[in-house]
Design a protein around this ligand. Structure first.
Ligand SMILES: Cc1ncc(COP(=O)(O)O)c(C=O)c1O
Length: 382
């Protein structure tokens, strides 16, 4: 007898970024020195005070289940942060989840029905497509690549794409994979369309703390957007807490209670003691965040200069820690050559809806970035 698998899992493929990371780990296990620029993970330790808060929470006995939507003090702290970003929320508008990915999964499952239209702005982070398919939604895509990855000049295309049939639009600023931070004018354009056509917008703000000389506006703070925006964030990127698995989303109370059914019947809650580390991260990490941001900024500049020296001009990312470089029409083969011949791991742009590009994560030391570019030179990849 062979097992019969549900259509919903057969509609999706494994995450491209995680697959490349696995390939890099396999080479490393064989003793190969791989420069891994494929991972979306800061290369800094979690700040010491956050680690201590986690340990203290274990010692204090916070090792049982937490309330399903989150520890009240953390929900309050998150609501305070959101209010500072211009969103008029209280603790009851916040759901704490085991990672931003789980938050997104719950949002898609709560909002998207079979056949509902979900609009993505390409290049878009790999999991939005998979989550749409898992929820049974149908995808429409607007390509920002011809506009240097900016949203404002692509608004006309967005106008053509959305309609009264649109259920959900996903906006991710700063963007993974492009590092673009969308202008207020662009976000106002999105707001006007969302109000006109009455659709919901996910504002994925997981890289909001990682910007260089600019601020990423919270879409939900624009007038008319409070009750149609779901704001998504997490602790992985800003506080270097990827392995702690802590994230959250915020929106109208009814969304929290509907999605709360999914959370309570699946993961139950985010890990209890981890939530105390989250409170500490929100309260006392300004210096650590500034330090990481500055390091990323230097690496971004270094990488852009190294590429410019080779005649490759890319739009300078204003946030996150990724850069899209134009490579070859067949970006998949290019990335395979990069890992097999140069031992540099990158992610094919096609995985993000941007064929012809590769995504480089510059969450790596300056030495490793220089090493990667020199290996590209040796193998004539650029
Ligand atoms: C755009 C974006 N959103 C959400 C996430 C989810 O991160 P996590 O589940 O670690 O909170 C990621 C992680 O790579 C991301 O790049």
């Amino acid at each position: 007898m062979s097992m019969d698998f549900a259509d919903r899992v057969q509609r999706v493929s494994p995450s491209a970024t995680i697959s490349i990371g696995n390939a890099a780990s396999a080479l490393e296990a064989d003793g190969v020195d791989v420069v891994d620029l494929s991972v979306g993970e800061p290369d800094f330790p979690t700040p010491e005070n956050v680690i201590e808060a986690g340990k203290e929470a274990i010692d204090a006995g916070h090792t049982g289940y937490a309330p399903s939507p989150g520890v009240p003090a953390l929900r309050e702290e998150i609501a305070d942060k959101l209010r500072a970003d211009g969103l008029d929320y209280g603790a009851e508008n916040v759901m704490v989840t085991p990672g931003g990915k789980q938050a997104l999964y719950e949002i898609f499952q709560t909002i998207v029905d079979d056949g509902d239209e979900v609009v993505l702005l390409d290049p878009a982070w790999v999991s939005y497509e998979a989550m749409t398919k898992l929820a049974g939604g149908s995808l429409s895509r607007v390509d920002l690549a011809p506009h240097g990855f900016a949203l404002e000049p692509a608004l006309d295309d967005l106008v053509e794409t959305v309609s009264d049939d649109t259920t959900l639009l996903v906006v991710n600023s700063p963007s993974n994979p492009t590092g673009a931070v969308y202008s207020d004018a662009a976000l106002e354009g999105v707001r006007d369309l969302a109000v006109d056509h009455d659709f919901t917008v996910i504002s994925d703000e997981i890289y909001k703390e990682v910007t260089y000389g600019t601020e990423a506006t919270s879409l939900g703070s624009l007038s008319g957007m409070a009750d149609r925006t779901v704001t998504l964030n997490g602790f992985s990127k800003a506080y270097s807490m990827t392995g702690w698995r802590l994230g959250y989303f915020a929106g109208p109370e009814e969304l929290i209670s509907q999605a709360g059914k999914l959370q309570s019947h699946s993961v139950t809650c985010a890990t209890h003691f981890v939530q105390y580390a989250g409170i500490e991260a929100l309260r006392n990490t300004d210096d650590a965040v500034t330090e990481m941001r500055e390091a990323f900024r230097e690496r971004r500049d270094l990488l852009c200069n190294l590429l410019a020296d080779r005649g490759i001009d890319v739009p300078k990312p204003e946030g996150a820690f990724y850069l899209m470089i134009p490579v070859a029409d067949d970006d998949q083969s290019w990335c395979e050559r990069a890992i097999e011949e140069a031992h540099v791991a990158t992610v094919p742009g096609s995985a993000f809806g941007a064929p012809g590009y590769a995504r480089i994560s510059y969450a790596a030391s300056a030495d490793r970035l220089e090493e990667a570019v020199s290996r590209f030179d040796d193998e004539r990849l650029l």
